[in-house]
Design a protein around this ligand. Sequence first.
Ligand code: PLP
Length: 364
Amino acid sequence: MKPKNDLNFSGGPGALPECVLTQLSEALIEVPEMGLSVLGISHRSDWFAAIVSELENNIRALLGLGTHYHVLFLQGGATQQFSMIPMSLLPGHTSPAEYLHTGYWSGKAIPEAQRQGSVRVLWSGAQSGFSSLPSDAELPFSADAPYLHYVSNETVEGLQFQRVIGRNDVLRVCDMSSDFLSKPCEAEQFSLIYAHAQKNIGPAGVTVVLVRDEVIANSPAGLPGFLDYRSHASTHSNFNTPPVFAIYTVLLVSRWLINEIGGLESMDRINRQKAALLYRVLDTSDGFYRGRARLEDRSLMNITFNLPSPEMEQGFLLAAHAAGFSGLGGHRSIGGLRASIYNAMTLAAVEKLADFMTHFRRKK
Ligand SMILES: *Cc1c(COP(=O)(O)O)cnc(C)c1O
């Protein structure tokens, strides 16, 4: 049997809402108000300027962000931010930036920052196999750090911070790639938030960066233009040819979040229901399904688990594939199983997966 689009539990790129896919399929041929394919519309057109401006406003409205934040749409993925952030925030400081090493993705950000300057890893979960997140007592933040960097949701391991961490007198920088716009996030507590689109809010090719005015104002002169937030802020993300299609898709997703879902609190409520369904299957399976993450650090976006043996995990994936599910294999770095239930994954589809998992266990 072929995989079914509504049963795509991939860790990324993630599924998109069906109504967005329908609008995109029309826009590929012709955007009604333009008479042109979205793929052939100039990034210098008034139409595109209005798209960017509406999307900036939608993101501000969803997060309750003031105009002292720039909302930027950049290329290079989250990975380019791993470098752009220290290039902009580290020069001129003697004390190290503080990084948390809570899993695979925060582990990718650290060596990139080290290339640019001094970094202190404040806490690492490597010893414990990245199965839990630190408590406040384990985090001796220093007041003189140029900034703190952490990942709000570790996509690979399925760990999610349930609180904002750090000191209020040190800049907070956060990679929210895999839980951005999945819930309210106290955005104004952060000096810089970044999130690529391809997990929760769109296709690969665009990364949203929310950055406070003063961070840009204080960043060093002389950076390569493309890697300088100033270039993108002063041009409303039109410094060079931006990914018009990807940005348009994120706009459609933001409209869906506002008009169909009713904002981030409603989105959060739905996401919590979805996660609770799957965690209940794990927790009532008499140890057949073993959740990877410590209970209090469990992610609402990525449910990671193991079966009693790798052979059984293979059997699970084959049976799931035959039933139309896809994307349930764990990340190649750690294996196991992972169900990613980003915003666009419906409650009905998660119910189907929960039923499938319950039946699979009974058969074994
Ligand atoms: C997937 C992921 C990344 C990698 O992003 P790219 O856009 O591929 O560079 C970075 N951070 C987190 C938290 C992720 O989930």
